[in-house]
Structures are given as structure tokens and as C-alpha cells.
Ligand binder design. Structure first.
Ligand code: MEV
Length: 353
């Protein structure tokens, strides 16, 4: 048995534009998905999921992971959850050169599904890490991020950037521009997250931005302007002391850029009334800035506020289901536990990467 966990994230800046080669700065937060994997002696996959969005389900299937089980939970949720797990299993089998490996997989997550906090990336990263370790293969975080990206890319029909998966594998603040992914220094910013209880469809939202961008030059310019915001934000971070509390000036300037970024995302059609209402509640409460995080359409906003005011205001906002402070998590994927009480099936037990 191997248990691995990986963090979720918020986007300080740059979601959507990162899909078109602009830079983005996601930051890992201290909310994790934990995946327990037991290698089986046959090629079956058994998945048990407990999550904030899923009341819990268990499915078992064999061989062809395209098979969809007949279970009594909404099909969309099963498809979303099982789709990412299937893709993670395929990547783990590929990385360990063990095409017939079967697994019992349990997913427990503190990250709501499809809400902009990188739940799927965290599940995929932790799942590949635990499954490959079960097969005797230890991937370094960069290789793990690469396999996790391929998994997301497959599930999202080629419309995924490396941002979510790289951030979850590495932890901390990262900068992603096309294939160039790196960790960057950043102070522990006072993130406050508001969650409307909903979720967006990443594939649909990304496709919507793509068609706007193809139809209108001004939409393409808007995507480029988000890239300009990211560049301005990262130079602010580069000048800041990562080990000190962020200064007021830094928070004010980052907040202004976050507000601008939200406005552009709104113009690209990926915000929603609930997200906008939470953004305005945060600003009215004195947050330095607030924006949606992730694909949008519903889910979460992130605000910057070192005081308790924004969190309190969000908790009294009708559209807000939950509001919490999110500390920067400087640790990416990690092994929580491991044991030798299962025999890997079909493993060649080689260091395949
Ligand atoms: C989704 O968390 C972030 C998007 O930029 C898509 C991606 O980067 O793959 C909308």
C-alpha cells in the first residue's frame, strides 16, 4: 500500500491565457488530495472516492478503463472523477512499464471538484505517484508533473496547460509559460478563498475562450493583456523578500493586478454572477484585490486580505457556501505512508524514467 498526497492551488494570475502560451502564476495551497493505492494481482481497477463534492462511491472494472460502471450517482460526476483516475492509471502503467497492473484506489480530497482549486491535478499527481511507487518506480517531481500533464491533456481533449499539474507536483508558487515551468520565490500571501458550492466545466469554458479569441481580435488582445498582467505581477514577486511578511505596497499592487485580471476574465465570459458577487463582497470588505480562480463558470474566488474582514464578509454573502484562509503550501507531492502488503501485478520493477 502506498499513500501519496498533493496540494490544490489558486491562480494568482493567468488562468485561460496560459492555454495560449502566456505565462501564469499558480500557487499551491494547504488543501490536499490524498490517494491510497494497493497493487492487485489482477488487472482490475477498483476506485473508492470520498470528496467534498462526491458523497462517496465505489466502482470496480477490469481491463478496458473506458468502461463506465453502472452506479447510482450522477453520471457527470462519475465521468469526471473516473476519467481523471483512468488517465492517471494509464500514465502510471506507462511510467512503470506495467501495462496490466491493477489497483485498488481510494481518493480522499479536501479540494472541491471542478471549483478552480486544482482538484483533478492534485488527484492525478498523487495517484500517479502512489501507483508508480506501488510498482517499484519512483518518479522525480518533474517526471511526475509530465505524466500528470499528459493525463490532464488526454481528459481535457488537448486543452490543458501544464500549470495545474506542475504546481501540484512541485508546491509553492510556480511560473508556467508553454513548456517552460519553474518554481519562483514568493512570500506567503494572505489568500482568502470563497466557494459558491458550484463547479465549472473546464473543457467548455476553455473552448468558449478559444472561439471568442478566434472570432474577435479584441478577445485575442484581451488574452495577451492577461499575459502582461502576469509579467507585471511576477516582477513584483521577484522584488519581494520571500521569507518576510508581504509589505502593504506589495499587497496593494498585486491586488490591483488581480482586480484587472478578473475584469479581463469576465470580459472573456468565464465568470458568473455568483463569482462576481463574491469578488465584490471581498473588495467591499477591504480586500486588496479579488478574482476568480481556475476555469471559472462557478466555484471559487481568491482574494488578498491579511485581516479577517474578507472571510467574515464572504461568510455573510448569500452566494458563498464556504470561505477559508489558504496558506501557501511550499511542499508539492509527498508520500504519506507506504507498506509492502500487496504484490504488484505485471510490474517489471524497473526505473522507467
Ligand atoms: C484550469 O484550472 C486552468 C485553465 O487555464 C486551463 C488550463 O490551464 O489547463 C482554465
Amino acid at each position: 500500500m502506498t499513500v501519496s498526497s498533493a496540494p490544490g492551488k489558486v491562480y494568482l494570475f493567468g488562468e485561460h491565457a496560459v492555454v495560449y502560451g502566456e505565462p501564469a502564476v499558480p500557487c499551491a495551497i494547504e488543501r490536499r488530495a490524498t490517494v491510497t493505492v494497493d497493487a492487485r494481482t489482477d488487472d482490475h481497477i477498483r476506485v473508492e472516492a470520498r470528496d467534498l463534492s462526491l458523497d462517496g462511491f465505489t466502482v470496480e472494472y477490469a481491463g478496458d478503463t473506458d468502461y463506465r460502471p453502472d452506479v447510482d450517482v450522477p453520471e457527470g460526476l462519475v465521468d469526471a472523477a473516473v476519467g481523471y483516475i483512468d488517465a492517471a492509471v494509464e500514465q502510471a502503467r506507462d511510467a512503470a512499464d506495467a501495462p496490466d497492473a491493477g489497483f485498488d484506489i481510494t481518493v480522499e480530497s479536501e479540494i472541491p471538484l471542478g471549483a478552480g482549486l486544482g482538484s483533478s491535478a492534485a488527484v492525478v499527481v498523487a495517484g500517479i505517484d502512489a501507483a508508480t511507487r506501488e510498482l517499484g518506480v519512483e518518479l522525480d517531481p518533474e517526471s511526475l508533473a509530465e505524466h500528470a500533464y499528459r493525463a490532464e491533456f488526454d481528459v481535457q481533449d488537448g486543452q490543458a496547460s501544464r500549470a495545474d499539474t506542475f504546481c501540484s507536483a512541485m508546491g509553492g508558487a510556480v511560473r508556467v509559460e508553454g513548456d517552460d515551468c519553474r518554481r519562483i520565490d514568493a512570500p506567503n500571501l494572505p489568500f482568502v478563498v470563497g466557494f459558491d458550492g458550484g463547479a465549472g466545466d473546464t473543457g467548455e469554458l476553455v473552448a468558449g475562450v478559444r472561439s471568442l479569441r478566434e472570432e474577435y481580435d479584441f478577445a485575442a488582445d484581451t488574452v495577451e493583456s492577461i499575459g502582461d498582467i502576469v509579467r507585471a505581477g511576477e516582477s513584483l514577486l521577484a522584488d519581494a523578500d520571500p521569507d518576510a511578511e508581504p509589505t502593504d505596497d506589495l499587497l496593494v499592487e498585486l491586488g490591483r493586478l488581480m482586480d484587472f485580471d478578473h475584469g479581463l476574465l469576465e470580459a472573456l465570459g468565464v465568470s458568473s454572477r455568483t463569482l462576481d458577487n463574491m469578488v465584490w463582497a471581498a473588495r467591499d470588505a477591504g480586500a486588496h484585490g479579488a478574482k476568480l480562480t481556475g476555469a471559472g463558470g462557478g466555484g471559487c474566488i481568491v482574494a488578498l486580505d491579511e485581516t479577517p474582514e474578507t472571510r467574515t464578509a464572504l461568510r455573510y454573502t448569500a452566494e458563498c457556501r464556504d470561505a477559508f484562509r489558504a496558506e501557501l503550501d511550499r511542499e508539492g507531492v509527498r508520500v504519506e505512508a507506504s507498506g509492502t502488503d500487496a504484490t504488484p501485478a505485471g510490474s517489471t520493477n524497473t526505473e522507467a524514467e
